[in-house]
Design a protein around this ligand. Structure first.
Ligand SMILES: [Zn+2]
Length: 318
C-alpha cells in the first residue's frame, strides 16, 4: 500500500489532524484545541506536536504533510492574516514544518481544501466543474474548474463568501460592506435577528437573552413555527441564492455543494435559495445543476489538505 499523508485542518476552535491514504480514506485522526488567544507561537507548537503524533501512527513513513488554513496565503505557504484566529498572521507555516520534520509540506486555503475533498471522494466525485460553499460562522468557498481548484495569482481565489450581495449592507470582517458572509454567515444571521427583535417584531425569541441567541436557537424557533425565525431563514436563503445564481452563471458547474452548520437549516434555507437562483441565473445552466449537502462532515478539511499535498508533488489522485 502507498504511503499515507499527514493532514492538518486548522480552525478557529479546533485543529484536526489525520493520516489520509492515497485513496482519500482517513486512517487515523486526532484533535487539539486551537487556543488562538495564547498567541501564534503556542498555536504553531500545537500544530507541530499534532503532526508528530500522526507521524508516530505511520511507521513506514508518509508522503508529506498537507495543511488547510483559514485566511489568505501566499504560494510560499505563508499565512498572511486570519480574522478568526487572533495574532495568526505572517506565519511561515510551511518553513516551520519543513524545519522540524524535513518533509514536503503544502499549505492551502481551508475552503479550497473542502472543495478538493468533495471533488475527490464526496458529492462532487466524477464531475469536472463544481462550486462548494462552507456555511459556518464565516463563509468559505472553493471552485473546481475543469478538474482543478481555482487558486488565482495568490492562491486566494474562490472567496465566494466575500462577494457583495447588499450594497451598503452589514460590515464584513474583510472590511467591505454587504458581503455574503456578513449577512449569511452564522454571525450575520444572529445580527439580523437581533435588529428585528430590537425593532419589536413579535417572536418567541423576545423571551431569550440576546447573548443566548445563536443560529442554532433561531433554527429551533423556526422549526417550532416562529414567524420571525422563519422569515430570517427564508431571507438568508434568498441572499444565498443571489450569490449562488451569480456563481452558476460564472462557473457553469455540475454540482453546487454546501457544508457547515448553517447548511443544517435544510429545506427552510434551500427552498428559497432555489427560487432565487431560478429567478436570476441562466435557466439552461441551472437545469443541469445538482444542489447537494456534503456528507464528509469534519473529515473534509483533512482529506482536502491531503489532496492539496498530492497535487503539490504532481500526484493528483483525480
Ligand atoms: Zn467580506
Amino acid at each position: 500500500m502507498a504511503k499515507p499523508i499527514v493532514a492538518v485542518d486548522l480552525g478557529g476552535t479546533n485543529i484536526r489532524f489525520g493520516l489520509v491514504s492515497s485513496t482519500g480514506e482517513v486512517l487515523a485522526r486526532s484533535q487539539r484545541r486551537t487556543e488562538g488567544q495564547e498567541g501564534a507561537a503556542r498555536t504553531l507548537e500545537r500544530i507541530l506536536d499534532g503532526i508528530a503524533e500522526m507521524l508516530d501512527e505511520a511507521p513506514r513513513g508518509v508522503v508529506g504533510i498537507g495543511v488547510g488554513s483559514p485566511g489568505p496565503l501566499d504560494a510560499s505557504g505563508t499565512i498572511l492574516h486570519s480574522p478568526n484566529i487572533p495574532g495568526w498572521g505572517r506565519i511561515r507555516l510551511r518553513d516551520a514544518v519543513l524545519k522540524r520534520f524535513g518533509l514536503t509540506c503544502k499549505v492551502a486555503n481551508d475552503a479550497n481544501c473542502a472543495a478538493l475533498a468533495e471533488h475527490w471522494v464526496g458529492v462532487g466525485r466524477g464531475t469536472r466543474n463544481m462550486v462548494h460553499y462552507t456555511l459556518g460562522t464565516g463563509i468559505g468557498g472553493g471552485v473546481i474548474v475543469d478538474g482543478r481548484v481555482l487558486e488565482g495569482r495568490d492562491c486566494a481565489g474562490g472567496e465566494l463568501g466575500h462577494v457583495t450581495i447588499v450594497p451598503d449592507g452589514l460590515l464584513c470582517g474583510c472590511g467591505n460592506q454587504g458581503c455574503l458572509e456578513a449577512h449569511v454567515g452564522a454571525t450575520g444571521i444572529v445580527k439580523r435577528t437581533l435588529t428585528r427583535l430590537r425593532q419589536g417584531t413579535p417572536s418567541t425569541l423576545q423571551r431569550v437573552a440576546p447573548e443566548a441567541i445563536t443560529a442554532h436557537v433561531i433554527h429551533r424557533a423556526a422549526k417550532e413555527g416562529d414567524r420571525l425565525a422563519l422569515d430570517i431563514i427564508a431571507e438568508t436563503g434568498r441572499l444565498l441564492g443571489i450569490a449562488v445564481g451569480a456563481a452558476i452563471n460564472i462557473f457553469n458547474p455540475e454540482v453546487v455543494s454546501f457544508s457547515g452548520g448553517v447548511a443544517g437549516f435544510g429545506p427552510l434555507l434551500f427552498k428559497p435559495m432555489r427560487s432565487e437562483v431560478d429567478r436570476r441565473a441562466f435557466r439552461a445552466m441551472v437545469r443541469g445543476v445538482r444542489f447537494v449537502r456534503s456528507r464528509l462532515r469534519d473529515n473534509a478539511g483533512i482529506i482536502g489538505a491531503a489532496r492539496a499535498l498530492l497535487i503539490e508533488i504532481g500526484r493528483d489522485p483525480v
